[in-house]
Design a protein around this ligand. Structure first.
Ligand SMILES: Nc1ncnc2c1ncn2[C@@H]1O[C@H](COP(=O)(O)OP(=O)(O)OP(=O)(O)O)[C@@H](O)[C@H]1O
Ligand SMILES: [Mg+2]
Length: 341
């Protein structure tokens, strides 16, 4: 595939199917997703639960669970095509792709000390390193207190935030070029969320590491990413630079997600704005725009046919019939700009 040299990850028309009871036994949970991540860039993938964010992330490294299949699409990482299956996580890490998941305890072995687990990651990926010294350095880099002592602790003796830092240290041991962070702060309290996110962005900047940050929280996106993909029901509905998308969201779904972010300056007692309804599961997706049954601005044209991406600017596009050919929203009385949360 002919990709520009600064492109680290390129995904084209990715389709992932899952087993379902109806719809002939299988349906697409990810349906035609395309995006790229440049060297050192942080891209956010945002959407409600069940949109297909994690399956997209897992497909990048051939890590899809049993029964879930990559049906179509091309994935290329660091200039090499990623096969649809058959990659073990260790193998993938060796190629410079590391993952951090939502629940740090699930990534740690409860019967091994933190030091032993980071040692193992260092030994595997940096065979020439002084393992003990490198482990200590990594534990220091993720700002764990007393790393000399903490390396002898077991996961249950650490707080959730400390466990996530240890998992980040293990991920860094493979010197990743791309870190896929799937809801890395969702299991943590709000103060820790900000700390871990700031740590990840600082590490990414220092190491020139790219990051795919998966979250349902648009507030986190504003803090960490340069570009955002808004995903809904297996499809990307809007993509653009974060500041642009947050200030001038085009798709009614993006607008709904933004309106749902609580703000400190909201008047007291004001109800939170949610999006009515829920994400249709695989095999239950409507024809036309997948968001149309929940869209407050639905038109009859939205209920049929496929909806191509329309550019609002060269780097900001959305899949919405309410955009005219010049990328401007058709006049529906909702053209006001949104403030960045
Ligand atoms: N192993 C599986 N078997 C069947 N369906 C699955 C499987 N894994 C995921 N799905 C379905 O695929 C869809 C996308 O799942 P995915 O985990 O990618 O969502 P997500 O956007 O990461 O959601 P969340 O924010 O809750 O993590 C969901 O409807 C989910 O139920
Ligand atoms: Mg997920």
């Amino acid at each position: 595939m002919n990709t520009p040299p600064s492109t680290l990850l390129s995904v084209e028309n990715l389709c992932v199917s899952v087993p379902v009871a109806a719809a002939g036994g299988r349906a697409r949970a990810v349906d035609g997703v395309s995006f790229s991540v440049a060297v050192g860039e942080t891209v956010a993938l945002v959407g409600e639960s069940g949109c297909g964010k994690s399956l997209t992330a897992l497909a990048l490294a051939g890590l899809l669970p049993p029964g879930v299949r990559r049906e179509h699409g091309t994935i290329s990482f660091d200039g090499a095509l990623v096969p649809a299956r058959g990659r073990a996580l260790r193998d993938v890490r060796g190629r410079g792709l590391a993952y951090i998941f939502q629940e740090p305890m699930a990534a740690l072995n409860p019967v091994l000390t933190i030091g032993t687990q980071v040692d193992e990651a260092v030994r595997r990926h940096q065979p020439d390193a002084d393992v003990a010294a490198q482990t200590l350095r990594l534990l220091e880099r993720v700002s764990l207190p007393n790393p000399g002592e903490l390396r002898r602790a077991y996961p249950h003796q650490l707080s959730g935030g400390q466990c996530q830092r240890a998992v980040i240290a293990m991920a860094l041991a493979c010197r990743p070029r791309l870190l896929v962070a799937d809801e890395p702060t969702t299991a943590l309290d709000v103060t820790l969320q900000a700390q871990i996110l700031d740590l990840l962005t600082a590490l990414a900047r220092e190491d020139g590491m790219a990051m795919l940050l998966i979250t349902h929280d648009l507030g986190l996106v504003a803090r960490a990413a340069a570009r955002v993909l808004v995903m809904y029901a297996g499809t990307v509905l809007e993509e653009g630079p974060v500041a642009e998308v947050l200030r001038t969201p085009v798709h009614p779904y993006t607008r709904g997600l933004l309106a749902a972010v609580p703000r400190l300056d909201d008047p007291l007692g004001q109800p939170l704005h949610g999006i009515e309804g829920s994400v249709p599961g695989p095999g239950r997706r409507p024809p036309g725009c997948v968001f149309h049954p929940r869209c407050p601005q639905v038109q009859s044209a939205c209920r049929a046919g496929s909806i191509s991406p329309t550019e609002r600017q060269p780097d900001h596009w959305a899949r919405c019939r309410l955009l005219n050919e010049d990328g401007n929203r058709l006049r529906l009385g909702l053209e006001e700009a949104h403030a960045v949360p």
